[in-house]
Design a protein around this ligand. Structure first.
Ligand code: BTN
Length: 253
């Protein structure tokens, strides 16, 4: 908290040594948490990833953080907050390592995942009661402490750069960038500043990938990210260009 140069993001900070999941904790008392509340845990025992996956967050080597926001925003624009968050993370990490964004929510380093974002929206009836932005960063994990299943796809900043990361400085820098970009977006409604950063740092644009939907798998060239934060691809078989939504598809090299 000391030296955190933000106005409302992180004004209330919950610091725990162990939680099941910072996102789950945020969700439990969402109505009581003010906008900007940040929840941090030194380890999670039941961390959640996207698409129902588990997320491993061991003590001493990872950052597990949730930021609560309560914007007035169209539902269609909620995925943009993932891009906004990814852009803030890149800004916080770029002085430490040569990171890239694997749309929609992975931060990669040397082609391995070192951070992920999980955004969860909560509704009361039809109205949005809050959005929980979960961020997991593998800062100082040692390679041999990672689960086998993850070893060739995931890594940590320390394992890749051989330098120890100061977690407090990284959290602080992220929150400052996030607050700036979030306030700017809420004021102007213009996502292009953070979307252009996501495009610039994209690990996918210009490359060919397999796009897997409900009942197909097709080769496509990734073109850009559109103003809704969707990935624009051109399929090889039909030459048709389409904007795809992160929830419906997965992308593989
Ligand atoms: C993913 O890449 O699938 C998203 C991973 C998100 C992990 C973070 S850690 C803090 C927050 N709490 C959770 O349970 N998950 C997110």
């Amino acid at each position: 908290k000391k030296g955190l140069e933000t106005t409302f993001i992180g004004e209330t900070l919950h610091l725990h040594s162990t939680l099941r999941s910072t996102n789950a904790y945020a969700k439990e008392n969402l109505s009581k948490h003010r906008e900007g509340t940040v929840i941090l845990a030194q380890e999670q025992t039941s961390g959640k990833g996207r698409l129902g996956r588990n997320w491993s967050s061991p003590m001493g080597g990872s950052i597990s953080m949730s930021v609560i926001v309560k914007p007035r925003i169209d539902f269609a624009k909620i995925p943009l907050l993932t891009q906004l968050t990814a852009a803030s993370l890149v800004k916080a990490l770029e002085s430490i390592a040569d990171v890239k964004i694997k749309w929609p929510n992975d931060i990669i380093l040397n082609r391995k995942k070192i951070a992920g974002i999980l955004i969860e929206s909560e509704f009361r009836g039809d109205s949005l009661s809050g959005i929980i932005i979960g961020i997991g960063i593998n800062t100082n994990l040692n390679k041999h402490n990672m689960p086998d299943s993850f070893r060739d796809k995931a890594s940590s900043v320390k394992a890749e750069t051989h330098t120890v990361v100061d977690p407090n400085a990284l959290i602080q820098s992220f929150l400052i960038h996030f607050e700036n970009d979030y306030l700017a977006y809420m004021t102007t409604g213009d996502p292009s500043p953070f979307l252009s950063l996501c495009t610039e740092y994209s690990a996918l644009i210009g490359k060919d990938y397999w796009v897997t939907g409900k009942d197909h798998k097709r080769k496509a060239t990734v073109k850009t990210i559109d103003s809704f934060g969707r990935l624009v691809v051109t399929y090889h078989d039909t030459n048709v260009t389409e904007a795809i939504n992160s929830s419906a598809f997965s992308i593989r090299g």
